[in-house]
Design a binder for this molecule. Structure first.
Ligand SMILES: Nc1ncnc2c1ncn2[C@@H]1O[C@H](COP(=O)(O)OP(=O)(O)O)[C@@H](O)[C@H]1O
Ligand SMILES: [Mg+2]
Length: 253
């Protein structure tokens, strides 16, 4: 571990439901500017981990420091401020069906900025361009393919220029070609916008495509982590299982 402070620092994070421990003492660091991928089985607690990082869920124990500040004990009002640092791409993109693409992408700008109409229009256009979707402002969510929905969801997450992007299964439910495009996009956004990213996935190929580091979540713990290079040589049985079966299990969510 180098001396550079972590932007996200998770210590002893625990969460149980009906006495079943889903997160059982997570220790994880994310450095500023890096892309960390958390890989693990379906139902293993990956989404739950993201919900804790963004403060949507309170842990039973442990701490989550964002830029040095423990968010687990913050009152809701202060959490709202911290959440503005984050953009999140939800697994199903979670677009508002009653709003068109423009309204979806503009949503947070109306809520959290003093932007006038011209500024909002410019930012929406900029974000749609960033995800490779020009001129689709007047389309409706039900007119979009799965991949387009994900990209609009991404544009919406980027609208407030987050410092940290969280991606929940960014390539699930889209075809392999679109998966490659989305992975490329995650890398580009990380480079161009210097965002820090946490990606959770059960898609090992995607993990290698975007991760500066990969961490494996199993039985509520981060059991091993390393660079993609280190990970390929990792002897942990579950890593071997993922590497051998990654392509086959890609479609099971
Ligand atoms: N709000 C909740 N209430 C009860 N159980 C939950 C809740 N959120 C998550 N869980 C449970 O935690 C486990 C992990 O869920 P999740 O984080 O969605 O897994 P993953 O994203 O890795 O597939 C699941 O067994 C799920 O039922
Ligand atoms: Mg999930």
């Amino acid at each position: 571990m180098n001396s550079e402070a972590s932007l996200i620092e998770i210590r002893g994070l625990k969460k149980s439901f009906n006495r079943d421990a889903v997160l059982n003492g997570i220790e994880l660091d994310v450095k500023k500017g890096e892309t960390l991928v958390v890989i693990g089985r379906s139902g293993g607690g990956k989404t739950l981990l993201l919900k804790h990082i963004i403060g949507l869920m309170r842990p039973d124990a442990g701490s989550i420091r964002i830029a040095g500040r423990d968010i687990t004990t913050l009152p809701e009002r202060e959490l709202d401020q911290i959440r503005l640092k984050f953009g999140m791409l939800f697994q199903d993109a979670a677009l508002f069906d009653s709003m068109n693409v423009f309204q979806n992408v503009a949503f947070a700008l109306g809520e959290h900025t003093q932007f006038d109409t011209t500024e909002i229009k410019a930012r929406v256009e900029e974000c749609l361009n960033l995800v490779g979707l020009k001129g689709i402002e007047t389309m409706w969510p039900d007119e979009l393919s799965g991949g387009m929905k994900k990209r609009v969801g991404l544009a919406r997450a980027l609208a407030i220029r987050p410092e940290i992007m969280l991606y929940d299964e960014p390539t699930s439910g889209v075809d392999p070609l679109m998966s490659d495009e989305i992975n490329t996009l995650i890398c580009q956004l990380s480079d161009q916008l210097s965002v820090t990213s946490v990606v959770v996935t059960h898609d090992i190929e995607g993990a290698f495509a975007v991760g500066d580091r990969i961490a494996l979540l199993e039985n509520g713990l981060i059991v091993t982590q390393g660079t993609p290079q280190e990970f390929r040589k990792n002897g942990h049985p579950l890593v071997r299982e993922f590497l051998n079966q990654g392509m086959k299990t890609q479609w099971e969510v």
